[in-house]
Write a protein that binds this ligand. Structure first.
Ligand code: ADP
Ligand code: ZN
Length: 731
């Protein structure tokens, strides 16, 4: 790499700020000069704002008025690959560059001087008497040479109480000192032995490790059923990145970031990695952001937004559960972290591993087309076998009103209870009941701000809108006809299913898992872990439980409504149902005991249900791919969604019509526009929403055409426009 350009004091530099200005502004380099990529503070009007030196100044502004950079911040400069990544991601998602920079600077207090904390390092005095605990402390420190640790870190590391450390410090055998709070993370050791891999796993691990050692870009789809050891395999790729002296990033859906997972990583590399997630404190975020930039964090495990951390030398990005919809950010900057991971890796010469039991059709097709390498793990590790899957034909079952557990499923659960095994009942609906109906007038209670029904959450004793999160107390009388005592819950949710299970299986310990029943993601994860240890006989859950948790004693999964995802007009409905059902089924029989999955369905002959039952994934993907190819839909064509929203319906609709009429730039690339039409959810948070859908041939320069198309539109009043490239959801 060429050395970064340096700008001496007074030279014109172009600074990109996080303010919505449209472009970078010229400033003069401060006293002492600055490098390209430096994080700086600059004056903007009366304010001081954060920015990055993006390059030489453009010189198109009155030189007499150009102001000076106030100061260079104490942070590693942003490297050229990162700047290029932000530019290309901005181009791809049609996002203004300052908004991309905001994503990349999501750590508080970047401009603050480092704060201090108390640490311990090895001292020169010999302690008066040597105990086992004291030897452990000194031994642990000797192993890490010069490093200093906080009281808690050192106590954990040596496995002793804080008192032992304080005792040693009092005698001068340890030195106590203040040091900057943002310390490097403990070094990870790739040379520690991993688990002995099976031949299958070994082959995949070696292929990935060799690719990482090659220090060039490449993407691998690592496909294997749940429990086949994908995690073990990609940890070997992480080891290869560490051996090559490069950094690694493992992206997980937020909910899969469990302490069970972190413990596994720690067992493999001897220390905890940096952990980037929504529950991290400001201090933790700041430390990770800084250390990633300085190379003081070798491995980050994180949710979606970790992709925008300022890695200096990234050699590997793992996207675990790559098909997961949570990788698509649906608010603010609309990006798909899986696709942006591939972009980032291609710029910095890194490998990408997309791991999944049920890949997205996009990734599957990219592997078919030879763009991605594909590695398959076919067997489950050890004795664990894939669960046996069977439909329960609901047309043949008799159920009382307001009951959802069929007699066949009930029997299967009872058999597990007798054997002391766990059973899981899965229903992808939060709350108690999706509809609250007045039996006097027929009114259904809806949200005041959205075009959606309010869902009863009996646990919270409130009604909740799943669109905007608005809640209100359960009314005593019907809001429409004001008759009392006639409001009835209609349809099932997990809470109601829990109630039914409690009545049917009075002896069993039942745990209902739904995100809104726990105050924090942490509390929920702790609950899931205790259930995995055996704290419940029957687990009732939503989508949450389908993600990555290991329940060794679970041998039955009952899917209450396998048809749920088949309804609706979503392009990906079949794919999602397939993935979700396979994942849920994958929860059963992970340890020695064989598992069974029972799917309650009214359409056992539906092609998706049949593919799930038969376990014939290739056939399912082939069929889906053929369908999409015939319709020229992604990944065989391209889509972009346009969402216009406004306080009133008419202006949003008018703007949509203007766009539809002036579709010249789109027609020029062979694209077509559908709409405007009211969005399926026509009102969210009090704003009316209108959608257009643009469909283009695969190779067409879609972004440029879209930019030219919307550039001509003058938005009136409070109308806002958002462009969603490769939309995942169509609400
Ligand atoms: P996946 O990521 O494909 O779901 P995991 O890597 O989590 O699979 O493996 C499932 C379980 O099997 C884990 O508990 C893991 O530790 C264990 N396991 C997988 N491979 C091995 C192996 N070669 N040796 C010992 N345990 C293994
Ligand atoms: Zn609402």
């Amino acid at each position: 790499m060429p050395p970064p350009s340096f700008f001496p004091q007074g030279a014109l530099v172009s600074v990109l700020t996080t303010q919505p200005l449209g472009r970078a502004l010229d400033y003069r380099a401060p006293e002492g000069g600055c490098f390209v990529g430096a994080f700086v503070e600059v004056p903007l009007g009366p304010r001081k704002v954060l920015g990055v030196v993006w390059g030489a100044g453009r010189g198109d502004y009155d030189p007499a008025k150009v102001r000076a950079v106030l100061r260079v911040l104490d942070a590693a400069p942003m490297g050229a690959p990162m700047r290029q990544f932000l530019e290309r991601a901005a181009d791809y998602t049609l996002t203004p560059l300052p908004a991309m920079l905001r994503l990349a600077t999501r750590a508080p207090g970047l401009g603050d001087p480092p704060s201090m904390r108390r640490v311990f390092r090895i001292g020169s005095a010999t302690p008066d008497k040597m105990t086992k605990a004291r030897r452990q402390v000194l031994g642990a420190l000797a192993e890490y040479g010069d490093l200093a640790f906080t009281l808690k870190e050192l106590a954990d590391l040596a496995g002793v109480s804080a008192g032992v450390i304080k005792g040693l410090a009092a005698q001068g055998a340890l030195l106590e000192e203040d040091s900057p709070r943002d310390l490097p993370f403990m070094p990870l050791d790739p040379a520690r032995p991993g688990k002995a891999l099976t031949a299958d796993q070994q082959a995949a691990a070696q292929a990935l490790a060799a690719a990482v050692a090659g220090k060039r870009y490449g993407t691998t789809l690592l496909r294997g059923v749940t429990g086949s050891g994908k995690t073990e395999v990609y940890l070997e790729a992480v080891a290869a990145a560490l051996r090559a002296g490069r950094q690694a990033l493992v992206l997980l859906p937020e909910i899969a970031l469990t302490s069970e997972f972190l413990t596994r990583v720690q067992a493999r590399f001897g220390a905890r990695p940096a952990e980037w997630h929504s529950g991290a404190t400001m201090t933790q975020r700041r430390r990770i952001w800084r250390m990633v930039g300085q190379g003081g964090a070798q491995l980050v495990i994180g949710a979606r937004s970790a992709l925008f951390l300022p890695f200096q030398d990234l050699g590997l990005i793992v996207v675990d559960e790559e098909h997961d919809t949570s990788y698509k950010q649906e608010e603010g900057v609309l990006y798909n972290a899986r696709d942006m991971a591939v972009l980032r890796a291609s710029i910095c010469g890194a490998q990408v591993v997309l791991a999944s039991a049920t890949p997205s059709l996009e990734s599957w097709a990219n592997a078919q087309a030879g763009k991605y390498r594909r590695l398959d793990l076919t067997a489950r590790f050890g004795a664990a076998t894939l669960p046996q899957m069977q439909p329960i034909d609901m047309r043949a079952e008799t159920l009382p009103r307001d009951a959802w557990i069929s007699p066949s499923l009930q029997q299967a659960v009872e058999a597990r209870l007798e054997r002391g095994e766990q059973a899981m009942l899965f229903m992808n609906r939060r709350g108690y009941a999706p509809i609250t109906l007045c039996r006097a007038c027929g009114h259904q209670i809806g949200c005041d701000h959205c075009d959606a029904r309010m869902v009863e959450h009996r646990f919270l004793n409130r009604l909740m809108c799943h669109q905007c999160g608005e809640t209100k107390p359960m009314p005593e009388v019907c809001p429409s006809c004001e008759v009392a005592g006639k409001l009835a819950a209609v349809g099932p949710g997990v809470e109601r299913l829990g109630e039914e299970a409690a009545a049917r299986f009075p002896q069993a310990r039942i745990a209902t898992l739904s995100s809104d029943m726990y105050g924090t993601a942490r509390a929920l994860k702790a609950e899931i872990e205790s259930i995995a240890q055996g704290a419940a006989d029957i687990v009732i859950g939503t989508q949450l439980v389908a993600k990555g948790h290991n329940f060794p004693n679970l041998t039955l999964v009952g899917v209450i409504d396998a048809d749920l995802g088949l309804q609706g007009s979503d392009l990906r409905a079949a794919e999602r149902t397939f993935q979700l059902m396979r994942q849920v089924a994958g929860r059963a029989g992970r340890a020695e005991k064989p598992g069974q999955a029972l799917l309650q369905t009214f359409q056992p002959e539906h092609p998706v249900i049949r593919a799930i039952i038969a376990g014939d994934e290739e056939a399912f993907w082939q069929a889906q791919a053929a369908e999409r190819e015939a319709a020229q839909m992604p990944p065989f064509g391209r889509l972009a969604g346009i969402i216009l929203s406004a306080g009133a319906a008419a202006p949003a609709f008018e703007a949509g019509q203007v766009l539809a009429r002036h579709d010249g730039p789109l027609r020029a690339i062979g694209a077509v526009v559908f709409g405007p039409a009211p969005a399926p959810i026509a009102r969210v948070r009090g704003r009316h929403r209108v959608r257009l859908l643009v469909k283009a041939p695969k190779g067409a320069p879609l972004q440029a055409a879209l930019a030219a198309w919307v550039r001509g539109l003058r938005l009136q009043g409070d109308v806002r426009l958002a462009i969603d490239i490769d939309p995942q959801s169509f609400y």
